[in-house]
Design a protein around this ligand. Structure first.
Ligand SMILES: [Zn+2]
Length: 229
């Protein structure tokens, strides 16, 4: 998705070339549509010669992710492409350091958790969340996990009910009151609240890796909650 450009003066710019270009340093023919960096004395440079080839491209479209990725990246450039139709350069995205992008993604993920909590509170206020299902879910959860503190059980149920109510109809939702659905909701809650899952995500592990690391903790916690303590 391209947006109108308005970059500050000091921003580094990478251009997606519209015609055949050659790197002014290594002399390599870059073909058409090459990603080039313009340096006054040398003209077009390939990204390797411009020392930008370790950066990764983040397409425009997610404002929060873009802002954060840029903030965390010691080196970043905008990527511009000439639009023949509109007769102007248009911003395609940014090039940023990969760990900066990972950090930004993790922060946006944490934000989405906060948003979900807010949606739950608002849905409860508007009475969109069906109180009856919420209570059934909570009751069933506490039967399956008697060691879970009731307030936590309620919190997990709210989260799960909100998630399902947006996706499936009421009758389908009622069927979701099975043991497996509740177990999955409990695991999702434990990951964030009782393990170092978020820490590992913050460190740049992908979700699958992070889940594997905390698997034993989850098993232990589930076992604790399954018994009345
Ligand atoms: Zn070069």
């Amino acid at each position: 998705m391209a947006t109108k450009i308005n970059p500050p003066e000091e921003e580094l710019k990478v251009f997606i070339s519209t015609r055949e270009s050659t790197c002014g340093e290594c002399g390599e023919n870059l073909g058409t549509q090459a990603w080039i960096f313009l340096r006054r004395d040398k003209g077009a440079l390939c990204l390797a010669c411009a020392d930008l080839d370790h950066l990764i491209f983040l397409e425009s479209g997610d404002a929060a992710l873009t802002r954060r990725a840029r903030k965390h990246s010691a080196l970043s450039t905008v990527v511009l492409k000439w639009s023949r139709a509109r007769k102007r350069y248009e911003r395609q995205g940014l090039m940023v350091e990969s760990q900066a992008l990972e950090k930004a993604e993790t922060e946006c993920l944490a934000d989405s958790e906060v948003r979900t909590r807010r949606q739950i509170r608002e849905a409860l206020r508007r009475d969109d969340l069906d109180q009856q299902y919420l209570e059934q879910f909570t009751r069933r959860l506490l039967e399956l996990f008697p060691g879970c503190p009731p307030s936590r059980g309620r919190e997990i149920a709210e989260h799960a009910c909100l998630k399902y109510s947006g996706r499936v109809g009421r009758s389908a939702f009622a069927k979701k009151l099975d043991e497996e659905a509740i177990r999955l909701a409990v695991i999702a809650h434990l990951r964030h609240s009782e393990t170092r899952y978020d820490y590992f995500l913050m460190k740049g592990y992908d979700r699958r890796e992070a889940r594997a690391i905390i698997q034993e903790d989850i098993e232990r916690l589930l076992h604790q909650w399954e018994r009345l303590i």
